[in-house]
Design a binder for this molecule. Structure first.
Ligand code: C5P
Length: 413
């Protein structure tokens, strides 16, 4: 429920604005109050009258409307809300906020607000994929603007791809997650691993993998957004450090383990890193020479420490809740259960990466949360949504369990 929550809804120009009317209806059904701010372009797609009728409130649209300013200044408008939602969010409004422009009421309110902002982008696929939009998106994410969608599909302009605004139900879920998570983990400490590890063969070569770190970074950001004091230990990735997260950069599995141990004690540990299973027995001090090509070096390997297993068995310092990930192509739940036992963690988030699932290279994933007590199947979600849902589950579980015990009895040494 969203009883008593105040939402400032910025409706920018896009055919998807009609879906926003449905969103307002659903928000009000759940007890939220909605105040709409309509851009001039948005007014080409929905009328102020329909927004006013559905929201039950005046609709704001002009920056220098003297009546509006006398009643409620644009600064107050942006502060008198618990959350600002932009739906549809056009490429233009994203660009304005990313660059700090304030030349109309919507961009001024967005720049002036001290409240969280959630955007539901909607635009042509080429505009969404344009480097300018990508860069604005990264800038906004770095500053903690949240996003829901866009989805893939047929577009009003006749093209196909990413750019369709998320459905009202998805936007509603993102809004609920935002309120649900806010502050629920305040006072708790969390540790997250993310990215690949690089194991050096010599000063220039290494063994590594293609992990992007997106899932682990999203979990760290979501934990911090929920109020947890969060440490992220990451291998080499091309992502910015998540806002509000103490981020430690490491290269090797051994460095990752050492940094994790330093971060203890924590209550929550989430291991999302794709740690290299092996490392070279020897790292050459000088670059290995190719020579005339007749001598191909044999590389002897040794196993790396298992960070998840190590945190799960860290004795009195064991976090209350230890979560791992597993990528499986078959017998998803059976393999995840086996991993749960082998590693001694509390939950495994099992990821279906079979070719049929379309997970690899895609933006969405299907998770089963496997714990000793049972299995929970989650719907197909984006990595950001997986992170939000995981954090919600963590908060519920920690709220419900006694403080002194770890969650899996008998696992701690
Ligand atoms: O054994 P596997 O690599 O499939 O297990 C995956 C899970 O274990 C992930 O949560 C990963 O972060 C964690 N892991 C780890 N240290 C390793 C290997 C895996 O923390 N050396």
């Amino acid at each position: 429920m969203l009883s008593g929550r105040r939402i400032l809804l910025v409706v920018a120009g896009g055919i998807a604005a009609y879906k926003t009317l449905e969103l307002i209806r659903r928000l009000r059904e759940r007890g939220a109050s909605v105040r709409a701010l309509l851009t001039p372009a948005g007014a080409q797609f929905v009328t102020p009258l329909s927004l006013a009728a559905l929201s039950g409130d005046k609709v704001y649209s002009e920056l220098f409307d003297l009546n509006d300013e006398a009643e409620m200044g644009h600064i107050q408008l942006s502060r008198d809300a618990d959350l600002v939602v932009v739906a549809p969010a056009t490429a233009d409004i994203m660009a304005k906020l990313a660059t700090g422009r304030a030349d109309d009421l919507a961009s001024t309110a967005l720049l002036a607000t001290d409240k969280p902002v959630l955007m539901a982008p909607a635009m042509n696929v080429r505009m969404w994929e344009h480097p300018a939009t990508r860069s604005n998106l990264e800038t906004l994410k770095r500053r903690a603007t949240r996003f829901v969608g866009p989805n893939q599909g047929d577009m009003a302009c006749g093209e196909y791809g990413y750019g369709r605004m998320a459905e009202p139900a998805e936007i509603l879920a993102a809004i609920e997650a935002q309120f649900h998570a806010a502050g629920r983990l305040t006072g708790r400490r969390a540790l997250v691993t993310s990215g690949p590890t690089f194991e050096a063969l010599d000063p220039v070569r290494f063994l590594g993998n293609r992990s992007s770190g997106r899932q682990g970074h999203a979990v760290a950001a979501a934990l911090a957004a929920a109020g947890a004091e969060t440490t992220l230990v990451t291998g080499p990735v091309a992502l910015p450090d998540p806002p509000g997260v103490a981020t430690l950069h490491v290269e090797t599995a051994e460095e990752m383990l050492a940094a994790c141990r330093e971060a203890l004690p924590v209550e929550i540990a989430v291991c999302a890193a794709a740690v290299a299973d092996w490392r070279p027995v020897r790292t050459a001090e000088q670059k290995l020479k190719k020579g005339d090509g007749s001598q191909i070096p044999e590389i002897a390997l040794q196993p790396n420490p298992d960070i998840l297993a190590s945190l799960s068995r860290s004795g009195p310092q064991r976090p209350r809740l230890v979560v791992g990930f597993a990528a499986e192509t078959e017998k998803l739940v059976d393999h995840a259960r086996a991993k749960l036992t082998a590693k001694g963690c509390d939950w495994i988030l099992a990821n279906d990466v079979s070719p049929a699932s379309g997970t690899f290279g895609g933006d969405e994933t299907t998770i089963h949360l496997v714990e000793a007590a049972g299995v929970e199947a989650w719907p197909r979600l984006r990595k950001q949504a997986v992170a939000d849902r995981l954090v919600q589950r963590i908060a519920e579980t920690l709220d419900a369990s006694p403080t002194s015990k770890t969650l899996s009895e008998g696992v701690a040494e």
